[in-house]
Ligand binder design. Structure first.
Ligand SMILES: Nc1ncnc2c1ncn2[C@@H]1O[C@H](COP(=O)(O)OP(=O)(O)O)[C@@H](O)[C@H]1O
Ligand SMILES: [Mg+2]
Length: 152
């Protein structure tokens, strides 16, 4: 939720980790932080689900639309080229937020700048999350995230 609240659009978050490590759960929290009130469920059988948040800047511009969250799950992807065939690439360079579960399935395809999040199971009730920024914008995002996490 804390990370979701810091997103302002155009971010690409790549999630990797075995089944059951919490990729979908993480995305649910992220969506909440973005102000999305819809229930976020696993897109495993659809490859892509789209959600829209309420505008957060109601003081500045009442009519400004909220951010969209594009939630991908590549678990069932056989060939990375499918992503290109389906026209998904445009989303990754767009001005909304993209979260990709099983991102390593299409590793050669990602834009130069992105945030990697690697999830691991520590025990039944514990997970570890490793955040790796690639590019200045994500380095800055992680700096803010770290600050938001340690100052509350
Ligand atoms: N941070 C966490 N700590 C403890 N349990 C978690 C955490 N994240 C997810 N879980 C639990 O792990 C299970 C699988 O989560 P899910 O998000 O569906 O994983 P994935 O999408 O990686 O397959 C769920 O029962 C969920 O409640
Ligand atoms: Mg999942």
């Amino acid at each position: 939720m804390r990370l979701g609240a810091l997103l302002c659009g155009g971010e690409l978050l790549l999630l990797d980790g075995q089944l059951g490590t919490g990729k979908t759960t993480f995305t649910q929290g992220l969506a909440k932080g973005m102000g999305i009130t819809d229930v976020v469920s696993s897109p495993t059988f659809t490859l892509l689900k789209e959600y829209t948040s309420q505008s957060r800047s109601d003081t500045e511009n009442e009519t400004q639309r909220g951010l969209a969250l594009y939630h991908f799950d590549l678990y069932r992807l056989d060939n990375p080229d499918e992503i290109i065939d389906l026209g998904f690439e445009d989303y990754f360079y767009g001005s909304d937020v993209c979260v990709i579960e099983w991102a390593a399935k299409a590793d050669l395809l990602w834009p130069a700048e992105r945030l990697h999040i690697r999830l691991k199971m520590i025990s039944e009730t514990e997970r570890s999350l490793l955040f790796t920024a690639v590019g200045q914008r994500y380095y800055e995002l992680l700096r803010q995230f770290h600050y938001a996490t340690t100052s509350s």
